[in-house]
Design a protein around this ligand. Structure first.
Ligand code: NAD
Ligand code: AKB
Length: 320
């Protein structure tokens, strides 16, 4: 029987992955955890507790007492926030993953911990970025993602932990807001366009980035974890992608749903430099060939679903 512990469950991915795992395994088989108090984020999908993943003993105790068979480790500090405090980003991202992998080795459970397009830097081919190529990121967030990929493979080889990972592009969603990344602009544009009819973008108009809609990302996690180990030539981590667009191209699609929408550009040097160091498009042919990955949403389909969902939410949810 599957029993799942989710870390970082209050975040952009955690909110939706927890709900998907509850639908799959049942509400009592999923323990949602986050550094934040559950009173502030729990959606009542199942048990939820406060847990700091940097507290190795508490984490291991939670895995042990819940009898978790898998940990979905989403607790992290994202790219832009991480550049504001690189030491804290390193400690949180690498320290928490080490604690999760160590608990998994002792308690014999599986691990999913996402990597990112940020695991590549300016030395890598950008369009497309191959599955296996140079990984010399220039952000602390990227450094922690490369370390995470290596640690996942190490714990698999050394201790037999079934650790798996995906290199996600920027994720667009309408449930929890994004948590301090560079690709957040895309989510912001949808919300602010609806609320205010105009948006000021912190990236330049022609910054092309790799992106994916959250339902595809959640399905990718589930399908990777379901894949037979014998099918996987790479565990940590697979390139996956769905669409690529620039702020200008996104604004055109948003404008088709919000008459009179206007976009302005005030590029932020830090976030622009990070975006410029990342891939334009991942080559995910290995994921497609080895475990059948297929995206379902392109940009028009994602935009239609985002506006349907955002318009059905309370007006206050669009104003924040
Ligand atoms: P998020 O910022 O929305 O959520 C992260 C959560 O982790 C937050 O709720 C935060 O409170 C929690 N957290 C931080 N430190 C913690 C600690 N010490 N102990 C417990 N919880 C802690 O992030 P997200 O977008 O949901 O990302 C989840 C994972 O996916 C991260 O590893 C991220 O790097 C990766 N990822 C995300 C994207 C994206 O576009 N969202 C893209 C690529 C990879
Ligand atoms: C970020 O922008 O930091 C994240 C990511 C692509 O890893 N969304």
């Amino acid at each position: 029987m599957n029993r799942v512990l989710v870390t970082g469950a209050a975040g952009q991915i955690g909110t939706e992955l927890t709900a998907a795992l509850v639908r799959r395994h049942g509400r009592d088989a999923v323990l949602a955890t986050d550094l934040k108090d559950p009173e502030d984020w729990s959606r009542g999908d199942g048990p939820a507790v406060q847990l700091d993943c940097l507290d190795a003993e508490a984490l291991r105790e939670a895995v042990r007492t819940f009898r978790a068979t898998a940990v979905y480790h989403l607790a992290a500090i994202l790219s832009a926030t991480g550049e504001g405090n690189p030491l804290s980003a390193y400690k949180t991202n690498v320290g928490s993953l080490l604690n999760v992998l160590d608990a998994a080795a002792h308690e014999r459970c599986r691990v999913f911990a996402p990597s990112s397009i940020a695991a590549f830097g300016p030395d890598a081919p950008r369009d497309p970025t191959p599955q296996s190529t140079t990984q010399r990121p220039t952000t602390m967030y990227g450094v922690t993602k490369v370390a995470g990929e290596l640690l996942g493979d190490y714990y698999h080889q050394r201790y037999g932990v079934d650790a798996r990972s995906l290199r996600f592009p920027g994720l667009v969603s309408h449930t929890a807001p994004p948590g301090g990344g560079v690709t957040d602009y895309a989510v912001d544009m949808f919300r602010v366009a609806l609320a205010q009819g105009r948006y000021t973008c912190f990236l330049s108009p022609d910054t092309r980035m790799d992106m994916m809609y959250m339902p595809d990302a959640i399905r990718a996690v589930v399908e990777l974890m379901d894949a037979p180990a014998s099918a996987l030539a790479y565990r940590n981590a697979y390139n996956v992608t769905a669409m690529q667009f620039t702020p200008t191209e996104l604004a055109e699609v948003v404008g088709a749903h919000v008459p009179g929408f206007r976009i302005d550009y005030e590029p932020d040097p830090l976030r622009q430099a990070i975006a410029d160091s990342w891939p334009n498009r991942l080559d995910d042919s290995e994921a497609r060939a080895q475990w059948g990955w297929r995206h379902r949403y392109d940009l028009p389909a994602m935009a239609a679903d985002m506006f349907r969902a955002l318009r059905s939410q309370a007006p206050s949810a669009q104003d924040d």
